[in-house]
Design a protein around this ligand. Structure first.
Ligand code: PMP
Length: 434
């Protein structure tokens, strides 16, 4: 069947409306994007086709933690693209080893395995954990289990969707990979109860991002680490979203002073330019992989390695962990001070902040759409939470301007709600008078 109208040859569209129409016509409907078509971006500012400017308060879920088009990272990309870009791992390249060493120093771990997207790094961690379970811990063949948390988000492959507690992520995609056990997040006693001799690993996010910026109690991860150590279970931290400064530390786990046995990195590691992810682990874990056990054509390519190195330089040279911590504390205080009946909770760690709205009064999506009208890009998650996670190097006055807009959005929405209830009362009075 042919499509009407014919597929356009142009690379871009003259208007946002045209671009959105074409995407709706030719794209799968697996996303429900906000009605804004980005056309260029620099730092924390994104511009649409018509030239409207927006402050980016979600940083592509942390992938743009170091800002759009960071000049040092772009320079590294351009220089490397014209030198040596993709080699596969069939032979060595001269850029990868330095990245591997850097990832180990950064995390305090021994070996790194580079891949492309976050979910690949999660799959890598799961394969490593299972094989460690059999080869090192001595779990009987095909019996290994991994404990995961209710509310987790680790990606959308069939295996990973299979242990999601979100019905929509599973609906229609079974049968799923067995061997996963779910416990409540922020409940270390539940973890300990769930451990059996067949448990290979506990996979956990230091702050649950997609679940709605769920921040566990201080000490939760430290207690989990202690339990895992006592039961010879690997602690694997999914730091795809929380890592590389987002929560005010190089790793989210460092908030509790924890060094996991394995760390999953992604998003920000690609410097906002490329998908670059990695699983980094102790020798005991990573030594289970033999040549041929695992791999990816693009994983560890020199272009990705050069970009990731530049991204890590920016993280360190711009002091972005410290910045995320101080700016995050300021942001949290400012948002918590907004007096609106629509807001039921504000929480976060570093520059990963969630505003929870009262679901009986408004949806997070409605708030996010109003933010957009005020020149702010944010994202709703789990119907009731608005994510505020700007680039870590957002200028302070830009963030202050965004906070001012957030304040006026809530004032506006409060006024709308008051007007709506006034007219409902007036309508009710009119009915009773009659
Ligand atoms: N783990 C976590 C904690 C994530 O937040 C995400 C993505 N939101 C992923 C894994 C998957 O990463 P990707 O989309 O790059 O596959």
């Amino acid at each position: 069947m042919t499509k009407t109208p014919a597929a356009p040859r142009a690379l871009s569209f003259a208007s946002s409306a045209d671009a959105m129409r074409a995407e709706a016509l030719y794209g799968a409907r697996n996303y429900d994007p906000l009605p804004m078509v980005a056309s260029r971006a620099e730092g924390a500012i994104v511009e649409d086709i018509e030239g409207h400017r927006y402050i980016d308060l979600m940083s592509a879920y942390s992938a743009v933690s170091f800002g759009h088009a960071h000049p040092r990272i772009v320079d590294a990309l351009v220089a490397q693209a014209g030198t040596l870009a993709v080699t596969s791992r069939a032979f060595h390249n001269d850029r990868l080893p330095a990245l591997l060493a850097r990832l180990c120093t950064l995390t305090g771990l021994d070996r790194a395995l580079p891949v492309n997207t976050g979910l690949e790094a999660v799959e890598t961690a799961l394969k490593a954990a299972r094989k460690w379970g059999y080869r090192v811990k001595g779990i009987g063949a095909d019996r290994a289990t991994v404990i995961v948390c209710r509310g987790n988000f680790h990606g959308r492959s069939i295996t990973i969707s299979g242990f999601s507690s979100e019905p929509q992520y599973r609906d229609g995609f079974g049968p799923f990979t067995p061997g996963f056990v779910t416990v409540d997040y922020n409940d270390s006693a539940a973890l300990e109860r769930a451990i059996t001799p067949d448990t290979a690993a506990f996979l956990v996010e230091p702050v649950q991002g997609e679940a709605g910026i769920v921040v566990p109690d201080d000490g939760y991860l430290a207690r989990c680490a202690d339990i895992c150590r006592r039961h010879n279970v690997l602690l694997i931290a999914d730091e795809v979203q929380t890592g590389l400064g987002r929560t005010g530390h190089v790793l989210g786990a460092m908030h509790d002073g924890v060094r996991p046995d394995g760390v999953i990195l992604g998003k920000a590691l690609g410097g906002g330019l490329l998908p670059v992810s990695a699983f980094v682990a102790t020798n005991a874990v990573m030594q289970v992989f033999a040549p041929g056990d695992h791999g990816s054509t693009f994983g560890g390519n020199p272009l990705a390695a050069a970009v990731a190195m530049a991204a890590l330089d920016v993280l360190e040279d711009e002091g972005l962990c410290e910045r995320s911590r101080t700016l995050g504390t300021w942001l949290l205080d400012e948002l918590a001070a907004i007096d609106s009946p629509l807001i039921s909770n504000v929480r976060g760690r570093g520059l990963l902040v969630g505003i929870e709205v009262d679901a009986r009064r408004i949806s997070a999506r409605a708030v996010v759409e109003r933010f957009l009208a005020h020149g702010l890009i944010s994202k709703d998650t789990h119907a009731t939470v608005v994510r505020i996670a700007p680039p870590l190097n957002i200028p302070r006055d830009t963030l202050a301007h965004a906070v001012g807009e957030i304040r006026s959005v809530f004032a506006e929405l409060d006024a709308d709600a008051a007007n709506a209830s006034r007219s409902m009362r007036a309508a009710a009075d009119a009915v009773s008078v009659r």
